[in-house]
Ligand binder design. Structure first.
Ligand code: PLP
Length: 860
């Protein structure tokens, strides 16, 4: 029989142990080994049995043991120290507090969060990144207030059938068994969020608060009695249902999220956010809710839009158009129109924000970009790919000017780095993990010290893998008598390659199986054997992905190789940690450029692992020729089968001739000196870059604080500047068709222009109804291609020399001839206003009607 409801009865802690409750309810324990040691002391066996989940630990520990601890002076002293340490961590000024004019608070929205294995509210990279973002923000004192959803079944857990087919399970979580507390208002009643739905329905949600170090994380939960069944199921699982379900989740996250923030700030007296950051398009409705707030406070839609845009940051994570979050237009119309419409926010304005090339689709990424003044991708390459993908939103502008920048992802070292390494670093190079400089000091650490830790971590992986392998085989129906071989599966001294990730086809889980004989030879090489540890989940609806897993499992099931290649089910943060710490080599072979960034390879690098990867995402940017290996990509080859073949062959060659040669080269004292050289170089060169702290600093300095400044500038004096700016923008947009480049010519070109000289440009611009101050006139110049197209041109402002009564103005400026070879120039007019960040922002541009009339000279 199944229970209709479940809840968790919490332990009552003796008064002496009250601080234990405090420690459990702040997730900082998940990256603070000393606090985990203390939990382990409560009951070491139990701590292992509950999988390092302190809430479960306190739920299961016996009252007798608690009484014993309450009388244990040594334990109480350690508890007091740990509690003091946490309080100090929560209140002491940190990096952010040294900055002038920082945003008072920043709201961060994400559909998933990977904070700890004990809070399974993530499916993959997006969530893990969000978790690392919050932890690094906490460490640096960045005042983030985060919002997400609480999924009753989280993401599925994975096991295998006897045939190697992925099985999904959705264990029920209940908030009482998680480190969460219910948000209540000042008179102690639970806060209720409400969102109107079509047909007089209402979506209700309560709000749970998780404390991630200094960062509060608000999680909305629709599993409340006020809701009808479909509304109750809105937060049932992560990425579970159909389009309607997804829309409801996104409404709750975006619209409900803003309402939850307002309730939280009011209830606990927290500063209201000045900046709103949307981690991927799913939370994009937050911008609409903020427009609603401002329009109800008497701003027009356009004024509110400007005020919201200034303070919004949007991060895109998807390099494939098919991966973009979209809804049928009718669905948005139904939710934001008719009897459910918001009186001050017309539905046609909403539809226009999400309009894309397909008139039937409402595009969340496009809306995100139109509602955000600042947009970024998650690696340099992904920034380029995104500019190409979204360039049509800014027609007329060169690719490099499409206003999408990039901040490369990072990882939170205390979460992912083996404790042995953290302690070694602390001993030899104190607080290295917090620093951007000084990583060269790694070179001074003796090879033997690092090699010994690598050995310990590899051994822990081998032992952990055997436990998981045995559990998996038991689930697949094997008896213990058949499983003796598992005692010797994997070898703590053999070169270990790891491959763990979600299993969409572009990640090519099975590339290594391309030539099974060749792979078998590598695994069984008598002198230089290789072993491979693999993990990954396929999306429940992705039959193709499940087939790939089955192929890997079938291969690994073979008796002759099963001690050298294993598939470990249920890839989650705990397994991820084990693997990135224990593997010597981290393999990644996506189809370039479909991996936006990837972060698992960064975790490996920080643990002294070496990356063996296609140059995609972050690796394209930071591979330097000696911090790992680049698998040559055949990304010009359109035949995918041929491409796989070429790239797989290159992979086998690299493993055989480079990777294992180096690993097994042990001259003299038995240490792999050439390997260690590469490991140290990896740590020294990548260490400071791959940290989430570096990522957070980049976000703060280049996006959050400028956005806070812009938002403040627009909201001053009761939003007077927002009103003025909106009026200006409307006026300029209306008058823009009257702007023309009437004439442009260069003097000083001569017959044989030479590099280092310059030319003078003169342009006559018809401004129509605009004033000279409304525009900027620029020379665009540089190298030209075969069709007179300017290749990565430079821009120089032209100054107004004179204006005429009829709206014409004359401009001049000097263009340096700084390239030899084919050189060209033209003139363009773009809007100008101090609150515009980039020329492309408003999407308005005028160029000469006949660019062919411009002279191209060839320089010697
Ligand atoms: C780090 C991590 C990811 C993301 O890594 P990728 O390199 O982007 O695949 C996904 N899942 C888990 C459990 C992780 O730890």
């Amino acid at each position: 029989m199944r229970a209709i409801r479940r809840f968790t009865v919490r332990t009552v802690l003796p008064a002496e142990l009250a601080a234990l409750g405090e420690l459990v309810h702040n997730l900082r324990w998940s990256w603070h080994p000393e606090t985990m040691d203390l939990f382990s002391e409560v009951d070491a066996d139990l701590w292992e049995r509950v999988g390092h989940d302190p809430v479960a630990l306190l739920g299961a520990v016996t009252p007798a043991r608690l009484s014993e601890l309450a009388a244990d002076r040594r334990f109480l002293r350690r508890l007091a120290d740990a509690a003091d340490d946490l309080r100090e961590y929560m209140t002491s000024p940190r990096w952010y507090q040294t900055l002038p004019d920082g945003a008072r608070a920043i709201a961060y929205f994400s559909p998933e969060y990977g904070i700890a294995a004990a809070l399974p509210q993530y499916s993959g990279g997006l969530g893990i990144l969000a978790g690392d973002h919050l932890k690094a923000a906490s460490d640096l004192g960045v005042p983030i207030l985060a919002v997400g959803l609480l999924y009753r079944h989280g993401y599925f857990t994975q096991s295998l059938s006897p045939e190697g087919w992925q099985q999904e399970h959705y264990p029920s979580l209940d908030a009482g068994g998680l480190p969460l507390s219910l948000l209540k208002d000042a008179d102690d009643t639970p806060v209720k969020i409400r969102i109107g739905l079509p047909d007089e329905r209402m979506l209700h949600a309560q709000v749970w608060v998780a404390q991630v170090g200094r960062v509060p994380l608000l999680l909305l939960d629709s599993d409340v009695a006020d809701n009808d069944t479909p509304a109750r199921d809105v937060t049932d699982r992560l990425y579970g249902g159909g389009t309607d379900h997804r829309l409801m989740q996104e409404l709750l996250l975006g619209v409900g999220g803003v309402r939850a923030i307002r309730a939280y700030c009011k209830s606990v007296g927290h500063a209201e956010p000045e900046v709103f950051h949307t981690n991927e398009g799913h939370a994009g409705f937050l911008g609409l809710e903020r427009i609603r707030e401002l329009t109800e406070a008497r701003l027009s839609f356009d004024e509110a839009w400007e005020a919201v845009r200034a303070g919004t940051v949007f991060t895109t994570h998807t390099p494939v158009p098919a991966g973009i979050d979209r809804f049928p237009v009718e669905m948005i119309e139904r939710h934001f129109g008719g009897s459910n419409a918001w009186p001050t926010v017309p539905v046609d304005r909403i539809l226009a924000l999400g309009a894309e090339s397909d008139p039937h689709r409402f595009n969340m990424a496009v809306m995100g970009m139109r509602l955000s003044q600042r947009v970024n991708g998650v690696s340099r390459l992904h920034g380029q790919v995104s500019r190409e993908m979204f360039k049509d939103l800014w027609p007329g502008f060169d690719l490099d000017e499409v206003p999408i920048g990039s901040i490369t992802n990072g990882v939170h070292a205390p979460t992912w780095v083996g404790r042995e390494f953290m302690e070694l670093a602390d001993r030899e190079l104190p607080s290295l993990i917090e620093r951007a400089r000084g990583w060269d000091g790694i070179q001074k650490i003796p090879d033997g010290d690092i090699w010994q830790i690598r050995g310990t971590l590899r051994r822990q992986l081998v032992e952990g893998a055997r436990v998981r392998l045995r559990r998996s085989w038991r689930e697949r129906g094997a008896s213990d008598a058949e499983l003796g071989w598992i005692d010797d599966a994997l070898d703590p001294d053999v070169l270990t390659i790891g491959f763990a990730r979600r299993v969409p086809s572009y990640k090519r889980l099975t590339l290594m199986l391309r030539d099974p004989e060749r792979l078998t030879e590598l695994l069984l090489d008598p002198d230089k054997p290789v072993q491979i540890v693999i993990a990954g989940k396929a999306h429940p609806a992705d039959e193709g992905g499940k087939k790939l897993i089955q192929q890997i499992v079938k291969f690994a099931d073979q008796q002759k190789v099963r001690h050298r290649i294993v598939f470990l089910p249920d890839y989650d943060m705990a397994l991820g940690r084990l693997m990135v710490q224990g593997c010597d080599v981290w393999l990644n072979n996506p189809l370039r450029p479909l991996e936006a960034s990837g972060t698992s390879g960064m975790k490996s690098a920080l643990n002294g692992g070496l990356n063996l990867s296609i140059r995609d995402g972050w690796w394209d940017e930071w591979y330097d020729g000696s911090n790992g290996w680049a698998i040559p990509t055949a990304d010009g080859v359109t035949d995918t089968d041929r491409r796989d073949e070429l790239e797989a062959a290159a992979l086998y060659d690299l493993i055989e001739h480079e990777v294992s040669d180096r690993f097994y080269d042990r001259p003299g004292d038995g240490l792999p000196r050439r390997w260690m050289e590469m490991v140290k170089h990896t740590l020294a060169s990548l260490g400071p870059k791959v940290l989430a702290g570096r990522m957070l600093r980049d976000y703060v300095v280049t996006l959050y604080n400028p956005a806070a400044g812009a938002a403040r500038a627009l909201s001053a004096d009761g939003y007077a500047p927002a009103k003025a700016f909106a009026a200006w923008r409307l006026r300029v947009a209306k008058a823009w068709p009257g702007v023309r480049v009437e004439h442009a010519e260069a003097t000083g070109v001569g017959d044989t222009p030479e590099v280092g000289s310059s030319i003078e440009l003169h342009a006559t611009i018809a401004l129509g109804d605009l004033e000279p101050a409304d525009v900027q006139v620029e020379a665009v110049y540089g190298k030209v291609g075969p069709h007179d197209e300017l290749v990565r041109p430079a821009y120089a402002k032209l100054e107004m020399a004179s204006a005429e009564d009829d709206g014409r103005a004359h401009y001049t400026g000097v263009v340096p001839l700084d390239h030899t070879g084919a050189f060209g120039y033209t003139v363009r007019v773009v809007p100008h206003h101090p609150l515009v960040v980039t020329p492309a922002e408003l999407g308005l541009i005028t160029v000469p009607e006949e660019p062919a009339g411009m002279t191209n000279g060839t320089l010697r």
